[in-house]
Design a protein around this ligand. Structure first.
Ligand code: CMP
Length: 130
């Protein structure tokens, strides 16, 4: 897992020690093509980083974005405590790293480079939606 994490740009600024800590809490999950990872308005407690593959971000039947390798999703419900603001459907087979809410929040609190990557995207995505 440590070797996998080191190749993901999202984690590239982490020290070896931090990568090791996070590796204990991260899972690698596989989803087939055309699979709904979660629905809009679901309660969310996991965020996802795409290791390989492509997903569509769909809100009210409109495709807002297509995300692929190294992009992340599912962070907004975790930082805002609001329901999922879009449905996520796989376009291809997807391998994703998943992190639960507590571990994700700890990562944001302890790592400023990850906090700035995430807050940049949250602001951009929120502006695109609302
Ligand atoms: P969340 O609200 O937890 O669940 C739906 C996810 O879709 C959201 O987090 C973001 O990760 C993602 N998302 C929402 N809007 C956009 C957008 N405009 N572009 C890319 N991703 C988005």
């Amino acid at each position: 897992m440590i070797e996998i994490l080191k190749k993901i740009p999202f984690f590239s600024e982490l020290s070896d020690e931090d990568v090791q800590k996070i590796a204990d809490n991260i899972r690698l999950e596989y989803f087939p093509a055309s699979h709904v990872i979660f629905e809009q308005n679901d309660t969310g407690d996991i965020m996802y980083i795409i290791k390989r593959g492509k997903v569509q971000v769909i809100r009210d039947d409109t495709v807002l974005a297509v995300l692929e390798d190294n992009a992340f999703f599912g962070e907004m419900a975790l930082v805002s405590d609001e329901p999922r603001n879009a449905r996520i459907v796989t376009v291809t087979d997807v391998e994703a790293l998943t992190l639960n809410k507590d571990d994700f929040k700890r990562l944001l609190e302890t790592n400023s480079s990850i906090a700035s990557i995430v807050s940049y995207e949250v602001v951009k995505r929120a502006n695109a939606i609302f």
